[in-house]
Design a protein around this ligand. Sequence first.
Ligand code: PAF
Length: 274
Amino acid sequence: MQEISNEIIISGKSIGFVPTMGFLHEGHLSLVKASKSENDITIVSIFVNPTQFGPNEDLSKYPRDFNRDESLLSENGVDYIFYPNVDEIYPNGFQTYVVQEKISSLLEGAIRPVHFRGVTTIVSILFNIVKPRRAYFGQKDAQQCAVLKRMVTDLCFDLEMHICPIVREPDGLAMSSRNVYLSLQERMDALVLSRSLNTAAGIIKSGERDCAKIKSEAMSILTQVPSASPDYFEIVDFDTFETVTTLNSKKSYFLLTACKIGKTRLIDNQLIHL
Ligand code: PAF
């Protein structure tokens, strides 16, 4: 992969890169589309990264289907698929990690302690191998985007980060590879995440600025569904990801939620510009 990337760069072409863990959906394909429209060559990686899963998380049962992914990517005009195995990325003796300090410790980071260290490490490795001009990530993982943007700035990675909008099912459920875990009933219950975000956004639109009030309305929606157990509903500053108590005009915020539906943990968010 490094040799291929070197040749592409020497020939004066730009590389757009979409890192994924496979089991692709329309959200991933929207990143591919953005990359293809802005770069000469598009490379997609498929790697279920073990270091970003905690000991009690879903690494072994994470959905995989390389053949399906491969045909989707070739139908969508991807130039190269980088599909390494775990030993190539983490050979015997591997002992170097990249840690983003502050944003990584909040929210998802507080609940999933090793998660962002795994993400920043693998994305650094992939950036060093693929050497993209532009890299594409989905806003669905808003905190991951904030962590990675900070890492790219702080460590002077010479590339542009492009964050693309969330792609939703027609009924509002944010697309995620983990949606496949949901039973029919849970699939319906999972709409509670987008419903809570829409309700909070509606309250804000009608003038509410007190975050405690907004969050408690959103939480009451999440807790109405018996299969749902919310981890959090938070309102954070767009850049720092710090929790805010009052909304100010001319600023941007993320409404964020993480909620278990049955055994499946889902996240969703909405960007608010005031
Ligand atoms: O968002 C994901 O699918 C993963 O966290 C990423 C960025 C591919 C790193 O493994």
